[in-house]
Write a protein that binds this ligand. Structure first.
Ligand SMILES: [Fe+2]
Length: 213
């Protein structure tokens, strides 16, 4: 039987959770309306391997009678992006706010900053509009673009090798966010306005902390 270390590190506060953590991204999946166009993009433009395909006339997990073609593309670490083309499915509804189009995205990791810039050059040479490179507060360097289905993609590299290990700050920020909402609600204040004030105050404080480094 595998042993699972459920003990938090000495001195670290106990963390919630089952003592299990997913090992890696297996696949993330979206709907495409053109599997051939999607395959061309992910193999020729993104340099990924066509990894696996499935045909079915129903969805095994839910029983929905939606015939489909499922196609997976493999990245350097073995993780995959996957797509379904289902005949006769209408285009998706328009987003109700630009936030959905800006924030919903998938980020793929490049080796280093130089590789991010190589991606920028390659994608641009293929006529793909690219936003960036954007330096996110010294944490990561990223470029943004879209696949043929409109899925927003990011190519990124961490500038801070501890970028995904800022757990204590994460819990503190989450607490600050939740408490700000609850306090504004309890006081009958405008919640988005209270959050914006909190964001600006917090950001100023972080900038001062950086200045002191
Ligand atoms: Fe991102």
């Amino acid at each position: 039987m595998p042993t699972i270390d459920k003990q938090p590190q000495r001195g670290a506060p106990p963390r919630p959770g089952p003592g299990l953590t997913p090992r890696m991204l297996n696949h993330a999946a979206w709907v495409t309306h053109d599997a051939a166009q999607t395959a061309d993009f992910y193999t020729r433009i993104m340099g990924m391997e066509l990894a696996s395909t499935v045909f079915d006339d129903h969805v095994p997990s839910t029983g929905h009678e939606i015939p489909y073609f499922h196609i997976f593309f493999r990245m350097g670490d073995g993780s995959t992006l996957a797509f379904f083309e289902a005949p006769g499915v209408p285009p998706p509804a328009e987003s109700t706010h630009p936030a959905y189009d800006v924030f919903n995205h998938v980020a793929l990791q490049a080796r280093d900053q130089d590789e991010v810039l190589q991606w920028h050059q390659w994608l641009t040479s293929q006529g793909i509009p690219v936003v960036g490179p954007v330096d996110h507060k010294g944490l990561i360097l990223s470029i943004y673009f879209h696949d043929p289905s409109g899925l927003r993609l990011e190519i990124t590299t961490p500038l801070d090798k501890e970028w995904n290990r800022h757990t204590d700050k994460g819990y503190a920020d989450l607490k600050r966010w939740v408490e700000c909402k609850q306090k504004a609600q309890a006081e009958g204040r405008d919640v988005p306005k209270a959050l914006i004030e909190m964001i600006r105050t917090t950001r100023r404080r972080y900038e001062h902390e950086h200045d002191a480094d």
